[in-house]
Design a protein around this ligand. Structure first.
Ligand code: TYD
Length: 137
């Protein structure tokens, strides 16, 4: 179904405006990222345990560690790639059809996610074998 690969995912430099008052970063849906933003959620106060371990069929996302750092491993069923999010101006564009695992959260990390769709439980694949079958269908 989603024949996307990890090469469709990339780190983008989020626009930033700097002066003697500090930094300001901005993301406009459809301009700085290739989708309109319908939802924002964020992960914080994450203990040692990893998060993620699922894929989305249609959802596109931009992930940003607005504070702290986290490792995001994306897996297209064939290839895996790990991205380090450690700057508030580094965003990871995640294409649909990617299994993702988030780990190595530094203490105090806030990981913000901009999403192309509202929350839809039906868009999730939470079983890895089901994910592989989906990618090969
Ligand atoms: P979950 O998908 O398990 O988090 P992770 O992305 O780390 O795997 O989501 C945790 C809970 O939050 C789950 O009960 C569903 C709920 N949730 C919403 O209600 N809306 C949302 O937009 C998201 C992302 C999660």
């Amino acid at each position: 179904m989603q024949h996307t690969t990890v090469n469709d995912c990339k780190i983008i430099d989020i626009r930033k405006y700097t002066d003697n008052r500090g930094y300001l970063s901005v993301i406009e849906g459809g301009i700085d990222i290739p989708f309109e933003i319908k939802r924002i959620y964020y992960l914080y106060m994450v203990p040692e345990a990893a998060r993620g371990a699922h894929a989305h069929k249609e959802l596109q996302q931009l992930m940003i560690a607005t504070s702290g750092s986290v490792h995001v491993t994306l897996d297209d069923g064939t290839e895996k790639k790990t991205f380090v999010l450690d700057k508030p101006w580094k965003g990871l564009l995640v294409a649909p059809g990617m299994w993702r695992d988030l780990d190595n959260f530094a203490g105090g990390t806030v990981c913000m996610v901009l999403a192309s769709e509202k929350y839809e439980a039906e868009d999730y694949i939470r079983d890895y074998d089901e994910f592989l079958a989906y990618k090969n269908s």
